[in-house]
Structure formats: structure tokens, C-alpha cells
Design a protein around this ligand. Structure first.
Ligand code: 1HE
Length: 265
């Protein structure tokens, strides 16, 4: 059962609705291959900063044949250097609200996931690709450079060398290659991406909120720390999470045989 999220005042290039405690945000500019103009980026920021409190996870997907063709190139030509910096910082702010927002985000990918579209996908926490998906960073051939946080978010996923190659040569990766190199962790048949993404988001929404917080906010920061600091923050985060009444109830449920076992799907 889905219902519209009405209070967010989103541009027509975005559609938001909810399935219970999972919110769905769809890029909705299929005639422009979901190219990301300023209005859409501001709308993405607004969506992730004004989610209802009872939303526990988000599915991010695209309408039409492609997830996103990246930056709306028609807005590029008029920008001065300082406007370019402000534009990049606008993207940084919006995508930061995805990665370090309140709830985990599952991106469902299909068709072109290129340039800024790939940067957007990289800000999500889990990525699901349909077999039609392909990835590219055509910035090199357009005379520009990534500006939506790709320099920071893509190397941990695929390595600096692959990102350099993609930018320099315009090389594309198929959905299968993307899965092999770590761009996605789920690969599904055409038309199955959304239901898989929703299933995962519903599972994530069932986690203890503090565990999801630790995974979103502590884990990536620990990954950037020296090991000694990382162990200290991990110990603190673990003890905080396990002290929650919710955590204690979940462990009790397992010990009293009421909770599912950790068995293969
Ligand atoms: C666009 C855009 C766009 C399509 N900005 N308008 N991104 C790119 O370099 C990718 C550019 N796009 C493409 O290579 C192709 O459009 C696709 C392979 C994604 C799809 O091809 P196709 O044949 O299905 O569609 P199309 O005919 O190319 O495009 C349909 C319309 O969308 C057309 O407009 P129309 O008015 O002529 O109908 C296109 O102009 C328009 N369109 N993509 C503007 N990107 C923060 S920095 C990030 C830097 C980057 O993202 S660089 C990568 C930019």
C-alpha cells in the first residue's frame, strides 16, 4: 500500500511517496534522461532533510529508461568560476544529506548511471542494479570534472585507478562488471530492481535505529581513522548500541527462540 508524501514541496522532477515506513524518491525527468538540474538537486536536499520521523529507510530510483544522465549540461555554459564552486558545493550539501542523513538509502539502478548520476548513486548506502545498468564518467570528454563528491565517494568503492581510467578514457562498465568491481552489491533481472530495493529497505527499516545510526555515521568515519582511534570509537559505539532497551529485547527474543536465526536467504 503506497501513499504520497505531500508536505515536501518537491519540484516536478521528483516524485515521493511511501510504502509504510519506507519512503520512495524517484527522479522524474525521463524526457531528459533524469539529468540533474539545480532544482532537482535542491529538491533532493529538501526531501532528505524533511522526511517524516516515522520513515526508517528510503528507496531512490529513476523513472524511464535510465537512472540518471548526470549533470544537466544545459545549465553549465553560463557559469563563472565562483558560480561553478557554489554549484559543486550545492551538490555536496545535498548528497551529504543522503549519506549522513537520518535513515539508510537503497539506490535502484538501471540504464545509464553516468557522471553526476553515478555520484548520486555512490551517496546511497546499498546499491541494486538491473542488468540494463551501465556506468560511465564522461566528464573527461565534456571538458569538466566530477563535482558531486565523486572524488571522495567513488575511490573507496572501485579504487582510484579505475576512477582515473573511467575519467581519462570514457570507459564504461556494464552492470555485471559494476557488480564485480564493487559499485553494486545486488544484481537483478530487468524490472526486478524496485521490488528488490523495497524488500531491502523494508528489512533495513526493521533494524534498531541506533544500529542503523552506527552503520551510517560511525562506520565510514572509522574507516578513515587510524586503527587505534577506530578501535576506540568502535568500542564506544558498540557499547552504546547494546545498551538500548531495543537491543536487549532483540537479544532476549533470540535467546528465548522467538527471533529468526542468521541463516542463508
Ligand atoms: C540531457 C542530458 C544531460 C540527456 N544534460 N540534457 N552527462 C553526460 O555526458 C551524458 C549525456 N547524455 C547521454 O549521453 C545520453 O542522453 C544518454 C546515453 C544518457 C541517453 O541517450 P538517449 O539516446 O536515450 O537520449 P538523448 O536523445 O541523448 O537525450 C534525450 C534528451 O535528454 C535530449 O534532449 P532533447 O531536448 O533533444 O529531447 C538530451 O539533450 C537530453 N539529455 N542527457 C542535459 N546530461 C556535479 S558534476 C557532474 C558532472 C557530470 O555529470 S558530467 C556527465 C554529463
Amino acid at each position: 500500500m503506497s501513499s504520497k508524501i505531500v508536505a515536501l514541496h518537491l519540484p516536478v522532477s521528483l516524485v515521493a511517496y511511501r510504502h509504510g515506513n519506507v519512503a520512495v524518491l524517484k527522479l522524474n525527468r525521463p524526457h531528459k534522461r533524469n539529468a540533474l538540474d539545480d532544482e532537482t538537486i535542491i529538491g533532493i536536499e529538501r526531501f532528505f532533510t524533511s522526511l517524516p520521523e516515522d520513515v526508517c529507510s528510503v528507496v531512490l530510483a529513476g523513472e524511464g529508461e535510465h537512472f540518471s544522465a548526470g549533470l544537466d549540461l544545459s545549465e553549465l555554459s553560463e557559469r563563472s568560476i565562483s558560480e561553478g564552486i557554489a554549484h559543486s558545493r550545492l551538490w555536496h550539501r545535498a548528497f551529504e544529506k543522503i549519506q549522513f542523513g537520518n535513515v539508510p538509502v537503497v539506490a535502484v539502478l538501471h540504464g545509464a548511471v553516468v557522471g553526476g548520476g553515478l555520484e548520486l548513486a555512490a551517496a546511497a548506502h546499498v546499491r541494486v542494479a538491473e542488468h540494463s545498468t551501465y556506468y560511465a564518467l564522461p566528464e573527461g570528454s565534456r571538458g569538466i570534472y566530477v563535482g558531486g563528491g565523486g572524488s571522495v565517494r567513488l575511490p573507496p568503492l572501485i579504487g582510484v585507478a579505475r576512477m582515473i581510467d573511467m575519467l581519462l578514457t570514457g570507459r564504461t562498465y556494464s552492470a555485471e562488471e559494476g557488480q564485480a568491481i564493487g559499485l553494486t552489491t545486488y544484481l537483478v533481472d530487468p524490472g526486478k530492481g524496485f521490488s528488490k530495493g523495497l524488500e531491502l529497505a523494508q528489512r533495513i527499516a526493521g533494524n534498531a535505529p541506533l544500529t542503523n545510526f552506527a552503520i551510517m555515521h560511525a562506520l565510514p568515519r572509522i574507516a578513515g581513522m587510524d586503527p587505534a582511534s577506530g578501535y576506540a570509537v568502535e568500542a564506544l559505539m558498540a557499547s552504546i548500541a547494546q545498551a538500548e532497551p531495543d537491543a536487549k529485547a532483540r537479544v532476549k527474543d533470540f535467546l528465548e527462540k522467538r527471533a529468526p536465526k542468521a541463516t542463508p536467504d
